[in-house]
Design a binder for this molecule. Structure first.
Ligand code: COA
Length: 322
């Protein structure tokens, strides 16, 4: 058997730029209370959401992905030619053929990259970031664009108070590139497929159903270990984490996770859910972008991120902010 040449990978990968797109239309809890039996008080106390963005018809998955991706590219300082891998994570694509990756890349002027979609529910962005990082370390890519984009309103029954108050739309993106020192830690990922139906679009239905309490229990009991492993693999501990940005599914889940890990008081906790709702695969880059824009997080900060959701899936890693 002929011995084949080994790819020359980079020593590591780091984040070079972030970008976000928030749909124009704000929907407050008071707006929802006009059409369904709910209240601002119930939503704020159980989920922590004050308002969310719902995309208009022209704010398609492609348009939002291109908008967020373009901003991340601009922030990275790279020209589109430098990107050789584009991964678009989404769980709300209603027509899967063709995938969005190649068109998003084309619209951004990225020529002939490896380009594809990835569906790992709300963990999609962190899965995609793990793949991009490993591709750079393995030598399959030099610079990658990773996008999380959702129009969850397309797959939500907007008259069902159990899900309509939670799910929302948006896009977030990150450019990652080869580096001499790793600026993104190893991904820790996994799945609990025995809970496959906990968040699903059942056969014959056009929208999602969710076993809210089961997902809540799972998220607040099973994922602390993943957070600890992600820190251990990156060689850091809770005291080193400047920013904690888990998936924005429920503010109570965010607070519970933060309490269990025991971060120092100085750690900034992402609470983008208050304004953005649950945007699934878009929530982690949206939350990081918001913290950088507001100045609560700064360049060089060490962030711990975690995605989790339908599947059930989970993925987390530590990264240095650009
Ligand atoms: C969905 C979730 C907010 C529901 O909160 P909860 O405290 O578990 O509430 P329950 O489902 O037990 O419902 C309690 C009551 O509130 C009612 N209720 C549900 N949604 C409501 C709403 N939007 N407004 C007012 N009342 C509501 C229920 O009908 C129920 O009424 P009942 O006691 O008369 O039957 C919570 O379970 C959750 O966040 N789970 C995790 C889901 C998640 O993170 N999913 C995304 C993962 S990616």
């Amino acid at each position: 058997m002929t011995t084949l040449k080994r790819a020359q990978g980079a020593a590591g990968a780091r984040v070079l730029g972030l970008g976000a797109y928030r749909p124009r239309r704000r929907v407050t809890n008071a707006d929802l209370a006009e059409t369904m039996d709910t209240s601002d008080d119930w939503i704020q106390s159980r989920v922590g959401i004050a308002e969310r963005r719902w995309a208009e018809p022209d704010e398609t998955l492609i348009e939002m992905a291109v908008a967020a991706g373009g901003k991340a590219l601009a922030a990275s300082g790279l020209s589109p030619d430098a990107i050789d891998l584009v991964i678009v994570a989404s769980a709300s694509l209603r027509k899967p053929i063709p995938g969005m990756g190649p068109l998003v890349a084309h619209r951004l002027g990225v020529t002939r990259p490896g380009a594809f979609d990835l569906n790992a529910g709300c963990a999609g962005f962190c899965y995609a970031l793990g793949l991009a990082t490993d591709s750079i370390s393995a030598g399959s890519a030099r610079n990658a664009l990773v996008i999380g984009v959702e129009r969850l309103t397309d797959v939500t029954d907007l008259t069902d108070r159990g899900t309509a108050v939670i799910f929302a739309d948006g896009a977030g993106a990150m450019v990652v590139g080869a580096a001499d020192e790793p600026g993104i830690g190893p991904v820790v990922w996994g799945s609990d497929g025995d809970q496959h139906t906990a968040i699903s679009i059942p056969e014959g239905l056009p929208h999602m159903t969710m076993a809210g309490q089961a997902v809540y229990r799972w998220a607040t009991t099973k994922l602390t270990e993943t957070l600890l492993q992600a820190m251990e693999k990156a060689g850091v501990g809770p005291a080193d984490i400047d920013v904690f940005a888990p998936h924005q599914a429920n503010l109570r889940i965010v607070e519970s996770m933060a309490k269990k890990i025991g971060f120092p008081e100085s750690t900034v906790i992402a609470r983008d859910i208050i304004q953005a709702g649950n945007t699934s695969a878009a929530s982690v880059p949206l939350a990081l972008t918001a913290l950088l824009e507001s100045g609560e997080a700064k360049s060089g900060d060490t962030a711990l991120v975690l995605g989790y959701g339908a599947g059930l899936t989970f993925a987390g890693q530590v990264l240095n902010l650009p």
